[in-house]
Structures are given as structure tokens and as C-alpha cells.
Design a protein around this ligand. Structure first.
Ligand code: URP
Ligand code: ZN
Ligand code: ZN
Length: 452
């Protein structure tokens, strides 16, 4: 058995001083004091917080965007995840146009199996909706996929409004949840063309082509589609105050709307697109970084409990060779950025350390919230007897500086270069196995598929 002693156990309802025993991949005891027996391993958590392992509900690993493949695959991405304290991620298996959902699921299992340092589940991104695909849904649920994604932007991925409504209606009786990339794709295409017609080809044109209205209008439309279908909707990577206002209005209107935001929208802003040379390409992601006022509005929404989960949208491309594909044209820059390793540290330092967000809220947003939303609770997302032994021991005094030179992510930059961190994971257990210590992997590849 592993006995975690002297820590403060964190849950969304409060902190408790207790010891924890892990055995056979499960939490087997939680008591004020657990006496280790001979053969037990003791992990001292004095001065530390003990969290249910963090869950990242939005990652893109080993993803081919049609032109290039993400820099992180499941080996490097999950290794980086555990080093930051994340013990489970939910990656987006993505249907090929003309392909089936079961083919996509099989492909993603192949990418992840035997290589993953943390646990993994899959959302299924539906890009080609038709009756045959609809008929596949029950089989997907039987294989543990209960959450889905649709895109309202990107020509190669998007579905139209009628299809969205039909997907929502089909998922409703099955109890599935649909996460949606909310940007009006037609407007994005038109605004991108407008920027190019004006001779604007640099990364600075990226946010101009995807203004807040493009996100807010899509959120508004999605919420009405949810209302029509009588189904819940999940807005992924919320980035604007305007979009937040739409979510508030829809909730008032009786629609069940879940909201995810990401560390980049809570800490970085659009001024980065004006960085010298081509540096702004590092921040070309969709939706783009926003104004400082948006950042403040989202931080307040996080603190006030209006956001359900903070995920990364980790979608890493190297600056050299990959982001550079768009040197002459910002629309050719592969969209996305890295963050899988640094989410807990960035959110803890910038929001918990600063006093804006309570530890309980931090636990809800990074562990319990995604576990509940994605059907993993109470197996995950809580420290309870019988739950999986996924545990993150957090040293609130530990300091480091984020730098690409020392990161585990297999990418040549980080958007958080130079960010001074206070608070990092002392030890991370995946299924009761020690996967990382103070940001370094132990080499144990203990992740398994989470069938939901
Ligand atoms: O720019 C981003 N976010 N790329 C990843 C795909 C997506 O839109 O979630
Ligand atoms: Zn998206
Ligand atoms: Zn994404």
C-alpha cells in the first residue's frame, strides 16, 4: 500500500486533514491517521494539498489537421500532463469526412494504447453527420464514449445548424453531451478574406478576422439550438465577455449551458499578436486571445462559479517548421497552442495564489467539474474510498519558472515562457503508481482508457 500522510485533502466543499491509503489502483482508506504496515510506502504530504488527480477535458494529441500533425502525441503529451499534475485527459477522436465514428475511435485507441502516462478518455468529434453516423451512436456509448464535439467553424470540420440540431436531438435520449466550437465559420472566412484584401497577412490579422462577435453569435445560436432540442449544450474554450453574456442570457432562458475556458484566456491577451517578427504566430489559436477586459471578465466568471471547467485545448505545433507554414499568410498558420503541462501551475499561481480563486473552486474546475460533466464521477474527480487512486500532491511553496528549455511537452515554445510559478505538484499518482515528482516523469507509463 501507499500511505499519503499529513496532507490537507481538498474537495469543492472544503479541506480536511487526513491520511490516504492507495492499493490495487484504488483509494482504500481515508482516516485521520493511517499507521503504515511493513512493506507499505509512505509519501509525506506535510505542508501540501492533496487533490483528486486533475482532469484536462480538452486536448488534441497526435492530430492531423490535414496539413501537419500536432507536435505532441500520446507519449509526450500524457508525460507532460502528469508532470503538471493531470492524471486523466479527454482527447478529441475526430471523424474523417466520409468515415465512420467507429473508425475514428479505433484510430484514437491505437494512438493512445500502451503509450499513455496518464489515463485517457475520448470525446468523438462529428464532422460528417448522416443517418448511418446517427445509427452508430449507441455503439459509441457502449464503448465508453458519452461526449461529442461539433465545430461551427473550420471548413473541413464544421456542421451546419440543421445538423447541429439533429445531433443534439439524437444525443438527448442517450444522455450524451455535445461540446461545441462556437465561431461563425462563414464570418471567419469572409473576415479572413477581407484582411487579405487589405494586404494584412501577418499574425496580427488573426484576431481581427475572429472578433468577439463571431464567438458570441455562435454561442447565441448554439444555445437556441439547445433550447429547441431540449438538450444541454457545452461551450468549449469560451474566450470573450460577449460570449459569457450570451451564456448568462441562455441560462436565464432555461437552457442548460456548460462552459469551459482555458488558462490562455485567463492570463494572456491580444497584445501578443503584435510581437515583433513572426512571434505572434505562437498565439494563433481559435478563438484568439482577447482584450484585457475579456480576460478580467472571464477571471471573475471563474471566481464566481459561472464556469464549469478549465481545460487546455492543448494543440501543439512547433514554431519552427509548423507555425512557419503561415509565414506569408496568417490563415495558413496551424491553429492551436501548448498547455497540457502547465495548466494547474498557471491557474494556481495566477488565480489561487493571488487570492481570486479559492482552493475549493480550483478543485472543482480542474477535477470534480470535468469528472461530473464527462461521466467519470465518482470514479474520478474526488478523493473517496473506492475511487481510482489518481492523486496529485500539491506543494504550495514550490517555485519554478516555466520555460520551453525544461518542458516535457514535445514542442519548441510555450506561451508561458518566463512565467514565475508558485505551487507545483510534489507527487502525482496515476492508478496508484507514482508517475511524476516535482515536474519530472518517473518513467512509469500507467495510463489506461477510461470507459465512461
Ligand atoms: O486553435 C485551436 N483551438 N485548435 C484546436 C482545435 C480547436 O479549435 O479546438
Ligand atoms: Zn475548438
Ligand atoms: Zn480544441
Amino acid at each position: 500500500m501507499i500511505i499519503i500522510q499529513n496532507g490537507q485533502l481538498v474537495s469543492p466543499s472544503g479541506l480536511t486533514r487526513a491520511d490516504l491509503a492507495l492499493d490495487g489502483g484504488k483509494i482504500v482508506a481515508i482516516q485521520p491517521h493511517i499507521q503504515p504496515g511493513s512493506g507499505d510506502t509512505v509519501q509525506d504530504a506535510s505542508g501540501c494539498y492533496v487533490f483528486p488527480g486533475f482532469i484536462d477535458g480538452h486536448t488534441h494529441l497526435d492530430m492531423d489537421n490535414g496539413v501537419t500533425t500536432t507536435a505532441d502525441d500520446f507519449a509526450s503529451g500524457t508525460r507532460a500532463a502528469v508532470c503538471g499534475g493531470t492524471t486523466t485527459l479527454v482527447d478529441f477522436a475526430t471523424q474523417d469526412k466520409g468515415g465512420t465514428l467507429s473508425e475514428a475511435l479505433a484510430a484514437w485507441h491505437k494512438k493512445a494504447e500502451g503509450k499513455s502516462s496518464c489515463n485517457y478518455a475520448f470525446h468523438m468529434a462529428i464532422t460528417d453527420w448522416n443517418e448511418a453516423v446517427k445509427a452508430e451512436l449507441p455503439a459509441l456509448f457502449q464503448q465508453g464514449v458519452t461526449s461529442f464535439k461539433a465545430y461551427m467553424a473550420y471548413d473541413a470540420l464544421k456542421v451546419n445548424d440543421a445538423e447541429l440540431l439533429d445531433i443534439l436531438s439524437a444525443l438527448k435520449p442517450l444522455g450524451g453531451i455535445l461540446g461545441v466550437h462556437c465561431e461563425n465559420g462563414q464570418l471567419v472566412n469572409a473576415l479572413q478574406a477581407q484582411q487579405k484584401a487589405l494586404g494584412h497577412f501577418s499574425p496580427a490579422a488573426h484576431p481581427v478576422s475572429r472578433p468577439a462577435e463571431v464567438e458570441a453569435e455562435a454561442i447565441n445560436r448554439l444555445c437556441y439550438l439547445g433550447k429547441l432540442a431540449g438538450a444541454p449544450v457545452h461551450v468549449v474554450h469560451l474566450s470573450t465577455a460577449l460570449g459569457l453574456a450570451e451564456i448568462r442570457a441562455a441560462r436565464k432562458n432555461g437552457v442548460t449551458v456548460y462552459a469551459e475556458t482555458c488558462p490562455q484566456y485567463l492570463t494572456l491577451d491580444e497584445s501578443l499578436y503584435k510581437a515583433p517578427g513572426f512571434e505572434g504566430a505562437k498565439y494563433v489559436m481559435s478563438p484568439p486571445l482577447r482584450t484585457p477586459a475579456d480576460v478580467q471578465a472571464l477571471r471573475k466568471a471563474v471566481a464566481d462559479g459561472e464556469i464549469d471547467t478549465i481545460a487546455t485545448d492543448h494543440c501543439s505545433y512547433n514554431f519552427k517548421g509548423q507555425k512557419e507554414l503561415g509565414l506569408a499568410d496568417f490563415t495558413k498558420i496551424p491553429n492551436g497552442g501548448p498547455g497540457i503541462e502547465h495548466r494547474p501551475m498557471v491557474v494556481y499561481t495566477s488565480m489561487v495564489q493571488s487570492g481570486e480563486l479559492a482552493l475549493t473552486g480550483f478543485c472543482r474546475l480542474l477535477a470534480e467539474g470535468p469528472a461530473k460533466l464527462f461521466g467519470m464521477y465518482p470514479r474520478k474527480g474526488v478523493l473517496a474510498v473506492g475511487s481510482d487512486a489518481d492523486v496529485t500532491i500539491w506543494d504550495p511553496q514550490a517555485k519554478t519558472v516555466i520555460t520551453a528549455a525544461r518542458q516535457q511537452q514535445n514542442v519548441d515554445y510555450t506561451p508561458y515562457e518566463g512565467f514565475a510559478v508558485t505551487g507545483m505538484p510534489k507527487a502525482v499518482y496515476v492508478g496508484g503508481q507514482l508517475a511524476a515528482q516535482y515536474g519530472q516523469p518517473t518513467g512509469i507509463v500507467a495510463g489506461s482508457y477510461v470507459k465512461r
